[in-house]
Ligand binder design. Structure first.
Ligand code: SF4
Ligand code: MG
Length: 277
């Protein structure tokens, strides 16, 4: 059966604020999923906590709205034990880079076979507008009434620092670009990390408007040179967008399978087969 975007819509009422960038990302993902050619029962979306983490409710696939910051850990267990699944992690700048920062970097360095989509709106939306790990210095919010003094994290630099094998950035308002990045992320085996600039019209409206207005984007293509990719990630005038890195390395499940095979060679089958079934 050929699936369409409609097949990936669930019966749940979508409950983001009017105008939220999450709607555009959801539509882009639903429009892209049929291309995967994977049956719905083999697709899993795992999220943490935050506005973006409502995502799995709205997709007619398997899904798991899990615990704060822990989506990469849960998805790691799934992807390592079920390499036949297409596993997606949905997180945000708060969920993925604050409470879940640790889980994120370890999934990246292990090259678990996941697609991680980090919606970056540079604010905590669900808890009503506190500064996040990607908010700019001087940001005035309810929790920083005279301006944030924290240096923001750059998610692309962080992912490259963990030597993630696929690292990209796209934006909610450019559906064609977003879908082209999703396509490349899905085709990559191992961890694909995609930062998506996402407008939060309620608590951080227009965070990316200047980029769009002036077309302040430099379109990048992957380089095998990690230092070069890192240098690109540090630029902001114009802001680089596209795929920074796309390299082949064995994924975590492949390494695990190889090691289990070696363990059987060394120690014999023993109870291993029973344990794995
Ligand atoms: Fe979207 Fe912001 Fe509303 Fe959350 S608070 S649903 S990010 S507009
Ligand atoms: Mg956020």
């Amino acid at each position: 059966m050929t699936l369409t975007a409609k097949d990936f819509k669930s019966d749940q009422e979508v409950r983001w604020c009017p105008g939220c960038g999450d709607y555009a990302i959801l539509a882009a993902v639903q429009g892209f999923l049929p291309e995967l050619g994977v049956p719905r029962e083999r697709i899993v979306f795992v999220s943490g906590i935050g506005c973006s983490s409502r995502f799995p409710y709205y997709l007619n696939t398997y899904g798991f709205h899990s615990i704060h910051g822990r989506a990469p850990a849960i998805a790691t267990g799934l992807a390592a034990s079920r390499p036949d699944l297409s596993v997606w992690v949905i997180t945000g700048d708060g969920d993925g880079l604050s409470i879940g920062g640790n889980h994120l970097i370890h999934a990246l360095r292990r090259n678990v076979n996941l697609n991680i989509l980090l919606f970056n709106n540079r604010i905590y939306g669900l808890t009503k507008g506190q500064y996040s790990p990607t908010s700019e210095i001087g940001k005035i919010t309810k929790s920083t009434p005279i301006g944030s003094i924290d240096r923001p994290l750059n998610p692309i630099s962080l992912a490259l620092g963990a030597e993630a094998t696929f690292v990209a950035r796209t934006i909610d308002s450019d559906r064609r670009h977003l879908q082209s990045v999703l396509r490349r992320a899905a085709a990559h085996r191992g961890t694909s990390f995609v930062e998506i600039y996402q407008n939060c019209p309620i608590f951080n409206d227009g965070a990316f408007d200047e980029l769009k207005r002036n077309d302040l984007f430099r379109h990048v293509e992957p380089t095998d040179d990690l230092a070069e990719a890192f240098a690109l990630s540090r630029m902001d005038d114009p802001t680089p967008i596209g795929v920074f890195r796309d390299v082949d390395r064995p994924s975590y499940d492949e390494l695990m399978a190889e090691q289990l095979g070696r363990a059987v060679q060394i120690h014999g089958e023993g109870d291993l087969a029973a344990l794995l079934t």
